[in-house]
Design a protein around this ligand. Structure first.
Ligand code: NDP
Length: 325
């Protein structure tokens, strides 16, 4: 038996809780791991609360991220004792995930744990940090350098936002952090934000074209915020859209794209090929020091996951949460 957060949906309703599970119930896969650490992402909180249809088969163990130690492997890529990293690939959505003491996974989803990080540090970064890095790599590929001007990060106090601010600032960019929590301005400035923009300035419907300001944007919230960000991006600039915390809608016109040549990049971390993941984690290994990670993350236990998921959806959690298993 092992302990796991299990989500059920039946005649008693939708519910999640810490439960002892028989190992025989683990799903198919060629690598079985002892989970060393996991984390709580926005998507995990949606899955646990049932507020959004993230999970479609039940029972389900949530947790889109994990670091594990291999107990058994039928894959030539991994041997028992190896430490492996998993982000996404539908794990925690349609395959049992990381908020558990054990997991059985497909080796094609796994990367070796980067040597620069402990299991907890890798989970402090998790899908959030990896997605922030993918977003930055998209802006860099577009040719945006620090000299081009200000980069806007929306949802800045969240996991993706916090890492976007820290990483951009480490790379020498001037970062403007947009947040609904001005009381966390000192935290954002410590991460490297040059200026704090109140959320209200971007979250309501705005004009199709606005004063050109941003060389680039990393948007974690979607909806009017993303539309306004596109409308105020400078000629030839780029916007990386990775989140939907405000909403999935996108009430924009074509004006920024056809009159200012703005490019919108969609960032998906879930099904990203292993080569892109390795590249992103290599950059994270080079850029982040333990102090950066400590600044952004707090630690909880498996017992605290369900309550913390509620707080996360209320926008009450700053940065990232490591789940120490
Ligand atoms: P968090 O909950 O940690 O952060 C979300 C942040 O968005 C909050 O901290 C808050 O920032 C802001 N926010 C919340 N509600 C609203 C609102 N109604 N209007 C405007 N801003 C709001 O989540 P993550 O950082 O883990 O994820 C951020 C988004 O990115 C989520 O939508 C998530 O689903 C998505 N995501 C997508 C990935 C991909 O592959 N594309 C991968 C990972 C995440 P503040 O308090 O500073 O305003």
């Amino acid at each position: 038996m092992f302990n796991a957060i299990v989500i059920n949906k039946d005649e008693q309703g939708y519910r999640a809780g810490l439960t002892a599970v028989d190992e025989q119930q683990l799903p198919a896969g060629d690598v079985t791991v002892k989970v060393l650490a996991s984390t709580l992402n926005y998507k995990d909180a949606l899955a646990i609360s049932g507020k959004s249809p993230v999970v479609r088969t039940f029972p389900m163990v949530p947790g889109i991220d994990l670091v594990g130690e291999v107990l058994h492997s039928d894959s030539v890529r991994f041997q028992s004792g190896d430490k492996v990293l998993l982000n996404g690939f539908g794990v925690g959505e349609n395959h049992w995930g990381g908020l558990a003491e054990k997991a059985r996974l497909n080796s094609a989803w796994l990367l070796p744990l980067p040597a620069a990080f402990t299991p907890e540090q890798a989970m402090a970064i998790g899908t959030a940090g990896y997605t922030a890095m993918l977003s930055i790599l998209a802006l860099q590929k577009h040719g945006i350098t620090a000299e081009h001007g200000e980069i806007l990060v929306t949802g800045a106090n969240g996991g993706v936002g916090s890492y976007a601010v820290r990483l951009l600032s480490k790379l020498g960019y001037t970062v403007v952090a947009c947040t609904g929590r001005p009381n966390e301005s000192d935290y954002l400035k410590q991460l490297g934000a040059a200026e704090i923009l109140p959320r209200e300035q971007l979250s309501a419907a705005g004009k199709p074209l606005q004063k050109e300001r941003w060389a680039g944007v990393i948007d974690c919230v979607g909806s009017h915020t993303l539309a306004n960000a596109c409308a105020s991006t400078r000629y030839g600039g780029a916007v990386a859209a990775c989140g939907l915390a405000q909403g999935m809608d996108f009430p924009v016109t074509v004006a920024p794209f056809i009159l200012r040549g703005v490019t919108l990049y969609g960032i998906d971390s879930v099904m990203r090929p292993l080569a892109d993941r390795s590249k992103a984690w290599q950059h994270l290994s080079e850029l982040l020091q333990p102090a950066d990670v400590d600044q952004i993350a707090s630690v909880i236990s498996l017992e605290q996951v369900v309550a913390t998921a509620t707080r996360l959806l209320q926008g009450d959690i700053r940065g990232r949460v490591i789940v120490k298993i």
